[in-house]
Design a protein around this ligand. Structure first.
Ligand SMILES: NC(=O)c1ccc[n+]([C@@H]2O[C@H](COP(=O)([O-])OP(=O)(O)OC[C@H]3O[C@@H](n4cnc5c(N)ncnc54)[C@H](O)[C@@H]3O)[C@@H](O)[C@H]2O)c1
Length: 384
């Protein structure tokens, strides 16, 4: 099988998520990294590119140069997929340019700096028909997929309640670091801090697992650490389109917490619970029966969970594998199109531009609600 040729924008020395993307892209042998503009500094871009063993002619000074020069290469050589792993203010321009010039895009969340940019990106994608994948990591976990499938099959009955939380503690003080600096700067992060950085993950997880769309929300948004310019804590009441209610909590000042993502969803017949610290377990609690434990690798799980599982049960699959599942499904979709074949339904189960727009609508509504005395605000409804 020919691998998809991957290029990367961002992910230079000392960065966080670029290296995770590279591991994820390698895991199932679907991609080969062949070029990149890894930093705004050419020295740093060269440092990363050389470390990765890339041909120097394909280590670029800017993302514009990468796109222009790769586009000129023969079809059987040029990059096919571009991963964009820069801070939020540098998502829209490279994604726009990549889509417009014939590349598929893997983009990290939040999709853009503003909702207007997200909607503009959708228009560009509609015109170009190139694919975009958004790395909302947690939906890549097999037991999160299992949770979604159980709810979609009606096992819990009508959904009534969703609790989703993402507590972190690393911004409990005024830390300064490569990662903290841009995340607390509105010109680079956008109008939200914690709500954009991890609230969007929680929001995406709630909508993905429940299969419902948030219609309205009411937010309490806080800046806890003195002199910080963006929110570092918040709680949000949610109302879903079927009448269910929910609570979303995202905070970066919960001292001592790591990446403790957790979701609970309750229907008429029972509820389910998943958390990242025990990612291979999904618990379903029944109204009239003892609780059940579903485990990654169990032969009884849905085709969606099995498709995204690599090892026999009991061998822990984690964050890197969940990330890799997003890359794998995206590759399978692209390859199916290239081969004029019908993609498997399991391969189409990755976050995309619609989830990105929902995430940006969440950010803008949550911050507006936090500032407003009216509090309950409608979330933008985005049509196909
Ligand atoms: N999916 C997830 O779970 C997850 C986790 C962490 C971060 N993220 C997202 O990933 C993105 C990056 O976050 P991070 O923590 O890795 O940031 P980071 O600061 O660690 O890395 C950003 C990288 O982008 C590079 N860069 C900046 N300007 C550039 C330019 N003009 N051209 C090329 N490269 C440039 C920097 O040099 C750096 O290497 C953010 O949007 C963030 O929200 C997602």
């Amino acid at each position: 099988m020919k691998k998809l040729r991957l290029g990367m924008i961002g992910g230079g020395p000392g960065s966080f998520i670029g290296a995770i993307h590279r591991i994820a892209a390698r895991m199932d042998n679907y991609y080969e990294l062949v070029g990149g503009a890894f930093s705004s500094s050419i020295e740093k871009s060269l440092e990363t590119g050389k470390e990765l063993g890339l041909d120097e002619s394909r280590i670029y000074t800017t993302f514009q140069e990468l796109i222009v020069k790769e586009k000129q290469k023969p079809e059987n050589e040029k990059i096919q997929v571009i991963a964009i792993v820069t801070p939020n203010h540098l998502h829209f321009e490279p994604a726009k340019m990549a889509l417009e010039n014939g590349f598929h895009v893997v983009l990290d969340k939040p999709m853009t700096l503003s909702l207007a940019e997200a909607l503009a990106l959708k228009e560009i994608q509609n015109k170009t028909r190139n694919l975009l994948c958004l790395t909302h990591t947690y939906t890549g976990y097999p037991m999160v997929k299992e949770a979604k499938q159980q709810i979609a099959a009606g096992k819990l009955g009508k959904i009534r309640k969703v609790y989703v939380e993402y507590p972190q503690g690393w911004l409990s003080t005024a830390v300064e670091s490569k990662q903290a600096d841009w995340r607390t700067d509105p010109s680079k992060s956008g109008i939200a801090g914690a709500m954009g950085d991890i609230g969007t993950h929680a929001f995406n997880l709630a909508e993905y697992v429940s299969g419902l769309a948030v219609q309205k929300l009411c937010a309490d948004i806080n800046i806890v650490v003195e002199n910080r310019r963006l929110d570092d804590d918040g709680a949000v009441l949610l109302k879903f389109d079927n009448g269910a209610s929910g609570v979303l909590m995202a905070t970066q000042i919960a001292a001592g917490e790591e990446n403790n993502v957790k979701i609970r969803v309750y229907g008429e017949k029972g509820g389910l619970e998943w958390q990242q610290v025990d990612a291979n377990t999904l618990t379903i609690k029944w109204l009239d029966e003892p609780a059940q434990t579903f485990r990654t690798g169990g032969g009884y799980t849905s085709s969606f969970a099995q498709h995204n599982t690599r090892t026999p049960s009991g061998h822990p699959e984690g964050y890197l594998e969940a990330f890799a599942n997003i890359y794998k499904n995206f590759a399978e979709h692209i390859l199916a199109i290239q081969n004029q074949a019908k993609p498997k339904k399991e391969s189409l189960d990755y976050p995309s531009i619609e989830e990105g727009i929902r995430g940006m609508a969440f950010i803008e509504t949550v911050i507006a609600s936090g500032k407003s005395s009216q509090k309950w605000l409608d979330l933008l409804k985005v049509e196909g």
